[in-house]
Design a protein around this ligand. Structure first.
Ligand SMILES: [Zn+2]
Ligand SMILES: [Zn+2]
Length: 143
């Protein structure tokens, strides 16, 4: 048997599966979940904040519902996905439009840079050749 403290009220209970909540809190959870479902049925496209405010349910609980896969994030909801680069809220994907453009630029720049670097190495070895030549000739003159 797996005894756990309820994540919400702290009561010790027998944990079998699912969220670490005691029977009472789990019932409350179910009630909340039903309320949320009904609310979303009437208010399509509502945001997490709107639901939390109107139903007086903590945002964390709503997010848990989402995490548990009980609530689905609407595709054009821009509340829960964040750009991996700058952290701005985005609608889909991993990066915001600006970062996508910048990342593409950076990739291109990186590709150009490697070309430039090999050119620089070539230039340098050419110059080194000349230097060596100058150096040599100078020695000759001094002799
Ligand atoms: Zn509890
Ligand atoms: Zn970004």
């Amino acid at each position: 048997m797996n005894m756990k403290n309820c994540a919400r009220c702290g009561k010790l209970f027998t944990h079998i599966a699912g969220p670490p909540l005691c029977v009472k809190c789990r019932e409350e959870d179910e009630k909340d979940f039903k309320k949320v479902k009904e609310y979303l049925y009437e208010h399509r496209g509502a945001t997490v904040t709107e639901v939390a405010t109107d139903l007086d349910i903590p945002v964390a609980r709503l997010k848990r519902f989402i995490k548990e896969g009980r609530l689905e994030v609407i595709e054009d909801s821009n509340l829960l996905i964040q750009c991996e680069r700058c952290g701005i809220s985005i609608k889909s994907g991993r990066y915001c439009d600006r970062c996508t453009i910048e990342l593409t630029k950076e990739l291109k720049k990186a590709a150009n840079e490697s070309v430039n670097i090999s050119k620089q190495i070539l230039d340098r070895s050419e110059r080194d050749e000349k230097m060596r030549y100058l150096h040599k000739s100078k020695i000759k003159l001094e002799d």
